[in-house]
Each structure stands twice: as structure tokens, then as C-alpha cells.
Design a binder for this molecule. Structure first.
Ligand code: CU
Length: 161
């Protein structure tokens, strides 16, 4: 059963408001296909079930470190994420295809504020946690979807054994 609840908050500049209907429809489509692609990447975890914490640092070189993480299938992991840069970064869990689609949407709507259970956005110097259950073996990707960041290499992967 899928427990992903999407809480998408949009903030449209007045200039974009005219085309809001069109954007809304387009975005609805993207969100639908994104949710479809959520299969296989795991699901939001519960803090009481955290098996371990993995620290991840984000920086302005457009890198996550580490950018390769290995976990066991069924593990609930607390990703403790630090933004060591001077600009905002985020970590979004997904598969590469859905992350790229989402990044494209972010490019089209640069003022979009998004917040979903599979992601965390951090301003310069901020730290935060993201609890995720990796429920099945395979590869789960993550990326920073701020325009230009993933393209510059700001992505990584979790190998679920
Ligand atoms: Cu970034």
C-alpha cells in the first residue's frame, strides 16, 4: 500500500498567475506520473523504527557526500543532512526518471515551493533529518532539484541490498 501523501505548496509570482490554470494542469500531470514512479523507492519511515543514522553533507560544489550509500532492504534510515554551503540545497529521494521530471518542473516554475515526505530543503548552514524506509532491494536515487544543481552533478544513489 502506498502511503505517500503529497503536500505540495505552490507560490506563484503575480507574473505567473495568468497562466496558473495551465501550469496547474501540467503540474498535476507531473505529480501523477511522479507518484506512479514512487513504487520501489521505499516510503516515509517512523522515527521509532530507525535502524541507523547516516550523515550526508551538501555543499556548493554541487555534491552530496557521501553520494553512494548502502543499506539493507527493510531498514529505516534517518538521513541527517547538513547544508555546508552558502546557498540553498535539497535532498529529494526518488528514481532518476522522476527526479529529472521533477527538476524540469522546477525549472519551469522557479518560484515553486515544494514540500513532500521524500524530500528536505535546507537553507545555508541548516541541518535536518529525513526518515525513510528502504523496503526493497534495488537502487534508489536522490538529487538536489534546485535548477541547475542536479545537472551539475548534485545527485547520488542508495544501494538497497
Ligand atoms: Cu543543490
Amino acid at each position: 500500500m502506498k502511503k505517500i501523501l503529497s503536500v505540495l505548496m505552490l507560490s506563484l509570482l503575480p507574473g505567473l498567475a495568468m497562466a496558473a490554470g495551465e501550469h496547474g494542469a501540467h503540474q498535476g500531470h507531473n505529480m501523477a506520473s511522479m507518484q506512479q514512479d514512487m513504487h520501489g523507492i521505499g516510503l516515509p519511515g517512523k522515527s521509532a523504527e530507525v535502524n541507523r543514522t547516516i550523515e550526508v553533507t551538501m555543499d556548493d560544489n554541487m555534491r552530496f557526500s557521501p553520494d553512494k550509500i548502502q543499506v539493507n532492504a527493510g531498514e529505516t534510515v534517518r538521513l541527517f543532512i547538513k547544508n555546508a554551503g552558502k546557498m540553498a540545497h535539497e535532498l529529494v529521494i526518488g528514481n532518476l526518471e522522476s527526479l529529472q521530471a521533477h527538476a524540469e518542473m522546477m525549472r519551469q516554475m522557479p518560484d515553486m515551493k515544494h514540500a513532500e515526505p521524500n524530500m528536505i530543503s535546507l537553507k545555508a548552514g541548516q541541518k535536518g533529518g529525513l526518515i525513510w524506509k528502504f523496503d526493497q532491494a534495488g537502487t534508489v536515487d536522490f538529487a538536489c532539484l534546485i535548477p541547475g544543481h542536479m545537472e551539475a552533478g548534485m545527485k547520488g544513489s542508495v544501494h538497497v541490498m
